[in-house]
Design a protein. Sequence first.
Length: 456
Amino acid sequence: MKQFTNSYFCIMKTNSLNKIFISFFSDNNIDLETSKFLLAVSGGIDSMVMLDLFKKNNLSFSVCTCDFSLRGKESLGDCLLVEKICKKNNIIFYSKKFNTKKYAKENNISIQMAARELRYNWFNKIMKKNNYDFLSTAHHNDDNFETILFNFIKTTGYKGLSGIPYKKNFIIRPLLKSGKNLLVDYSKKNGLSWRKDSSNDDIIYLRNNLRKKIIPLLKEINPSLEKSVIDTANRLSKAQVFIKNEIENFKNKYLLERENIIILNKGEWIKNENFDILIYDILEEYGFNFFQIELILSACRNNKIKKFISNKYILYTERESLNIKSINLKYHYYGKFNSLKDIRVSDLNIKVKKYSINKLLLNNSLKNAQIDYSKVLFPITIRNYRKGETFVPLGMNKNKKISDFLSDNKISKIDRMKQCVIKDSNKNIIWVVGYQIHNSYRITRKTSTVMDLQII
């Protein structure tokens, strides 16, 4: 019977790792002849194995590494090792030092989230400036397993339980099918240098606690826990593809963009909870969390007009739709006119003219206002309406709040932000633009000259 040494099995495993690595690119239709890769290398064993695989397969790549200023000399040593390997092999090398704690404090986020944002923002800049096709990270199967469990603990949605994607946009993970043991064996066989991150042993971090304490306990219950979790994640990934297609169909039917406003029209989905999973995914894109979306759906189904705020967007539940706008989107209209002339303010254009009463042709369009010219005292001002302002609508003899007038006419919250009024020097609002004139400025039998305003 043939005897096999430990070194033989080590060689077999390293060959297996290279096969997994190469097959990743064919499985994902990535042309190794023409593609340029940027490798995110930390100096740890996983990323150093990835670097070596790219090098041994003669691929076109460069390397980038970050110092997050969190581990003092240790993190500096990581960067120096990566730089040394790159110089020795004539590999283009990029490095960057970040003040991660300061960034986290300024943006009110965790250290881990700050480090993620900083590095990926920097990676994106390098990618665009130097025309790289893909960013490669060294996530492996054990990382995927831990991520799924970690997301489950955090009450994530189905997407978090689908695991780390092999390829998402320009980010690739060619080692994701490889177990940690394969990487360790490869490193030993090829005599690779690498650095250990001491923070990976600190159980103050939830992920480390999960790895060192919780996973061993779960494996006592199910020795095949890792395989069970990954198999479930693979099934969920297929469900995710189906849901993604359904979301696109849903958007095409109900979602539209008008003047930088996202409008999600109500339809049969409002009465059918089977559509909720699609709504969760769509609103999540705008930064709304699970609990906010629960309240949004409740407001929709009870015809409540309410306001919800995420970190970047404002959402209003209206009678006929959900309207979403950027927090930074402001509407500002202001102009002062000393004489009769056309009004041009921001995106609003109003044609202004006067003519004899004998030439009057009544115009009932909301985009038109016909008023008694003799009653208008110049200069006139056009601006956004203000909270608490009133006017006397045509046909009435009492003041009415403009906000109440707009509400009665079912004007959405977002359209109210754009609502303008024209005010003369008598301090009267002569026209709620696009809707109604002041009753005192109406045309009567005594009118001799008409002032005509037409939105164009």
